[in-house]
Design a protein around this ligand. Structure first.
Ligand code: FAD
Ligand code: NAD
Length: 480
């Protein structure tokens, strides 16, 4: 990487919280020459979440979808500071972020403060549990690399324990029952990957589990994947049926214990029936909830009083009721779904906004100095020249300032549904062409779309190699 400019005390400090889709898209396009940029995140890498479900079974190795933040910031013009820490409080009045450093191997936590001129909040969301008892203690989530690793280990653990000496029949059935709660894309893609793992590898290497291994998906609403068209919902439900994944719609989980979930199922006549379902592995994928640090920020700003899903922002992503604080991605509440597509477009938008703000400030500075020269000048010829220059600069300033508000352009929705099939609701050329497809060709499209979206060439090659390895040798069934 080239030599970088050092931090410049005359420049404004821009603090960016998070290293996910929103913050990293901003960082990639931001001209860091204009700011002293500090990135704060407990995760020193970017995670390509669309392929995270594939890591739970080892179709893809987890490091293939991680991109070190250091690779990204080392290529910026001006040095960017990175602190591996979690923001615990954003003090709006004092304009500082309180951060906790958890990286100490001995487990000591040290707290410090980072002042900012501008702040971008891109901390994402946490897993929703709706306060349902037992979820946090007993279920696995699927949001971070550690979650995928835990699931991978747990699946093999269940299998090895089920096949252990003198295991009872009932216990074997329980351990080999993999239950997924939530029929959104996360739950669907995970259930699909897990069933693929069973069909393509586990069945072969552990034949004793063939008749018992079972994946069940539980969804409270009448159907799965509500963001897809009716035809694709039907296609997904039919494919799941063919793959022997049992889908329990209109079934709401009410309580979780270490070995079972208690559900309330709505019958066709509208009556409700309570039931207990035993599980070996429970994966909880019921969407997003607001993080503590965001809730605390909202509580400091009266304009955020009525916002529930996250930080309310204006058309330029400025946090309502604040000055110099922006929010993007899953921690903000907009009319758009909390997706990577939205977060990355917002990141690109904020990069344009910050780049143009810096240009505006530079032109305004020049205008001030030209104006001072004009006031001081007594030479008519010089005055005419200066006036012309001021007018030209004024015109370029109004051009730079004309940044239109954020507008999301929806490219479509894609989801993997197992057995080499995917569903896609595509929206091209601003909606002029839209199509809903499902099947093997869509799966090839899904693969190529994701590979092209993976940020770096290095990661692209790693993902492709993993796919080839899985095709050639199957997935690894060892328990790490
Ligand atoms: P994130 O990407 O979650 O990043 C948040 C960042 O903030 C992380 O770096 C985190 O470490 C950091 N952070 C957390 N707390 C703090 C703190 N207190 N202080 C500082 N930093 C903090 N969307 C799609 O469009 N297409 C898909 O195919 C798709 N697949 C998905 C698959 C899975 C399994 C999951 C879980 C999500 C998927 N999504 C997909 C949704 C997408 O990942 C999110 O919408 C997207 O990650 C949101 O980006 P973000 O930058 O807001 O948050
Ligand atoms: P989601 O919010 O999309 O779906 C959660 C599902 O859980 C809902 O259908 C809800 O009805 C159900 N649910 C909630 N409580 C329940 C209960 N007690 N019992 C049974 N079911 C319950 O969540 P997600 O799938 O994690 O997705 C989060 C966001 O990430 C979404 O915006 C999604 O579009 C995006 N995402 C996209 C992709 C993709 O495009 N391929 C993949 C994963 C995630």
């Amino acid at each position: 990487p080239p030599e970088q400019l050092p931090l410049d005390p005359t420049k404004k400090t821009l603090v960016i919280l998070g290293s996910g889709w929103g913050s990293v898209s901003l960082l990639k396009k931001l001209d860091t020459e204009d700011y002293n940029v500090i990135v704060i995140s407990p995760r020193n890498f970017f995670l390509f979440t669309p392929l995270l479900p594939s890591c739970t079974t080892g179709t893809i190795e987890h490091r293939s979808i991680m991109e070190p933040l250091r690779h990204i910031i080392r290529h910026k013009k001006r040095a960017v500071k990175y602190y591996e820490a979690e923001a615990t409080k954003i003090d709006v009045d004092r304009r500082v972020v309180k951060i906790n450093d958890f990286s100490d191997v001995k487990g000591n936590v040290s707290e410090t403060e980072v002042p900012f001129d501008y702040l971008v909040v891109g901390v994402g969301a946490e897993n929703a549990t709706f306060g349902i008892p037992g979820v946090r203690e007993n279920a696995c989530f699927l949001k971070e690399i550690g979650d995928a690793q835990q699931i991978r280990k747990k699946v093999m653990d269940c299998i090895e324990t089920a096949t252990f000496k003198d295991q009872t029949e009932e216990e074997k059935d329980r351990l080999l029952h993999m239950v997924v709660v939530g029929g959104g894309p996360t739950g669907i893609e995970f259930a699909a990957e897990l069933q693929d793992f069973f069909e393509e590898d586990l069945r072969k290497w552990v034949p004793d589990i063939t008749d018992r291994f079972k994946v069940t998906l539980v969804e409270a609403l009448p159907n799965v994947l509500p963001m897809f068209s009716k035809a694709l919902i039907d296609y997904t439900e039919k494919t799941f049926k063919d793959e022997n994944i049992s889908v329990r719609t209109k079934t709401m989980v009410k309580k979780v214990t270490d070995k079972s979930i208690e559900v309330e199922a709505t019958q066709p006549d509208g009556s409700k029936v309570k039931e207990s379902i035993n599980y070996g592995l429970l994966v909880w994928a019921t969407g997003n909830a607001v993080r503590g640090v965001v809730r605390d920020l909202m509580s400091q700003v009266p304009a955020q009083k009525n916002s529930r899903r996250g930080l309310a922002v204006n058309d330029y992503l400025v946090v309502d009721g604040t000055d110099g604080i922006w929010a993007l991605g899953d921690c903000s509440a907009t009319k758009y779904a909390p997706t990577a597509q939205v977060a990355s477009q917002q990141g690109n938008f904020l990069a344009r906004l910050f780049n143009s703000m810096a240009k505006t400030q530079a032109v305004e500075e020049e205008l001030r100095s030209l104006d001072a020269r004009l006031q001081a000048s007594t030479d008519e010829a010089e005055k005419t020249l200066l006036t012309a220059e001021i007018n030209a600069k004024g015109r370029s300033l109004s051009k730079v300032k004309q940044l239109s508000p954020f507008q999301y352009s929806h490219q479509g929705s894609l989801a993997y549904i197992g057995a080499d099939r995917a569903v896609a609701d595509l929206n091209w050329f601003g909606g002029a062409i839209s199509s809903a497809t499902g099947g093997e060709l869509t799966y090839l499209f899904w693969r190529s779309a994701y590979v092209s979206m993976v940020f770096s060439l290095r990661n692209r090659i790693l993902v492709l190699t993993d796919w080839l390895k899985t095709k050639a040798f199957g997935r690894d069934v060892s328990r790490e």
